[in-house]
Design a protein around this ligand. Structure first.
Ligand code: KIV
Length: 294
């Protein structure tokens, strides 16, 4: 039996279920996301890269799941998001769609799949919708990606934009610096956020942006902002699931300050593997209760 989290509701709000944990016989859509912004409701988003983990989050009531190109670091063993291919993205996005019934699943457009221009973006976003079954795509960039966003939206493809720190540009940054520090950077960020909204994006991720600037962006937009390392004022918050669940092996123990670990999965899984190994080596697994007789 699966358990769905049913959050407490304020009296009088039953007819309009919230995005998080609300019962639904259909998938969440971008219209539900827009309605949540109008209601001033905050919502959570997690990444997912496989069907089983996605089904856990779906049953926990997580309304939006991102098949992020963070799969490069978190799932595929690359040292950045840059090597992720369309084929990898399609395969894992399809798995997440199969593992979910309610969540809006968003597929990331990987590095090199949309930078050539709007036509390339449309070709690859179309593949994510047709071959993986996602309900929306995400791409990085503000003003520089406005043409791509506009054509996708005109073609009927919902787009989540991503500004602030855009990890596909890791080689240009030479690291992961916090964005929106200094007057010029603030102005660029505000222009980027406005540009993606004007191009038709239904939401925008703000990554590693100072809390003050992301609050200003959130107040100034009619589409929701989804923060990661961007303070508390965003409409939604996203975390990479392996970070959220304490699965990530932080090199030198240096976990970024914006991450909160809600479980210690790495420790628990390692303990389980060691207990299994010790049972096998010691001859206590399998026991008679795990064995078949003739
Ligand atoms: O790829 C990803 O997981 C992301 C989130 C961190 C927003 O882009």
């Amino acid at each position: 039996m699966t358990q769905r989290h049913e959050p407490a509701r304020k009296p009088g709000t039953q007819e309009q279920p919230g995005l998080y944990g609300g019962k639904s016989s259909r998938r969440i859509t971008v219209r539900d996301i827009a309605a949540a912004k109008r209601r001033g409701e905050k919502w959570p988003m997690l990444t997912a890269y496989d069907a089983m983990t996605a089904s856990v989050f779906d049953q926990a009531g997580i309304p939006v799941m991102l098949v992020g190109d963070s799969m490069g670091n978190c799932h595929l063993g690359y040292d950045s998001t840059v090597p992720v291919t369309m084929e990898e993205m399609i395969m894992l996005s399809a798995a997440v769609v199969r593992g979910t019934q309610r969540a809006l699943v968003i597929g990331d457009l990987p590095f090199g799949s949309y930078q050539e221009g709007a036509t390339q973006a449309l070709r690859n976003a179309t593949r994510l919708l047709k071959e993986a079954g996602v309900g929306a795509v995400k791409l990085e960039g503000g003003e520089r990606s406005a043409d791509q966003i506009e054509l996708l939206v005109q073609s009927g493809i919902p787009v989540m934009a991503h500004v602030g720190l855009t990890p596909q540009s890791v080689h240009a940054y030479g690291g992961h610096p916090v964005q929106g520090r200094g007057e010029e950077a603030v102005q660029q960020l505000l222009r980027d956020a406005k540009a993606v909204q004007d191009a038709g994006a239904f939401a925008v991720v703000l990554e590693l942006v100072t809390a003050e600037v992301s609050a200003e962006v959130t107040r100034g937009l009619h589409i929701p902002t989804v923060g990661i390392g961007a303070g508390a004022e965003c409409d939604a918050q996203v975390l990479v699931w392996t970070d959220m669940a304490g699965m990530t092996d932080w090199a030198g123990g240096r976990m970024p300050r914006f991450i909160k670990e809600y479980a210690q999965l790495r420790q628990n899984l390692g303990d389980a593997a060691r207990a299994f190994a010790e049972d096998v080596v010691g001859g206590t697994y399998p026991g008679p209760e795990h064995s078949f007789t003739s």
